[in-house]
Design a protein around this ligand. Structure first.
Ligand SMILES: [Zn+2]
Length: 96
């Protein structure tokens, strides 16, 4: 079963009505964002269901696209994407 719902992270940081109170403190938080996991055969394009080749991480979730739809939406999404993981080069390796 394909989970096509965006993974939305819960808000963290200061409590809205408790100025100055930090509610999410972890001493192990990495200084940089974790790398998105590599795409697998189970990852499917959110538009057509073909094997996903591009992962687009947005502030409110992520999208997966096949190479075709990645090109279709790249112009719209590039500016807002937090991370653009293009694995279309994997397509260039024929296994004859
Ligand atoms: Zn597609």
């Amino acid at each position: 079963m394909v989970d096509d719902t965006p993974h939305i992270l819960p808000p963290s940081g200061n409590a809205v009505d408790k100025c100055g109170v930090v509610i999410d403190v972890t001493g192990t938080k990495a200084p940089t964002a974790p790398a998105a996991p590599a795409l697998t055969n189970a990852d499917r394009c959110d538009r057509c269901g073909a094997q996903a080749r591009v992962r687009v991480v947005l502030t409110k979730g992520e999208l997966l696209f096949c190479a075709h739809h990645a090109r279709t939406y790249e112009a719209k999404l590039r500016d807002t994407a937090v991370q653009w993981v293009d694995e279309t080069s994997a397509l260039q390796a024929p296994t004859l």
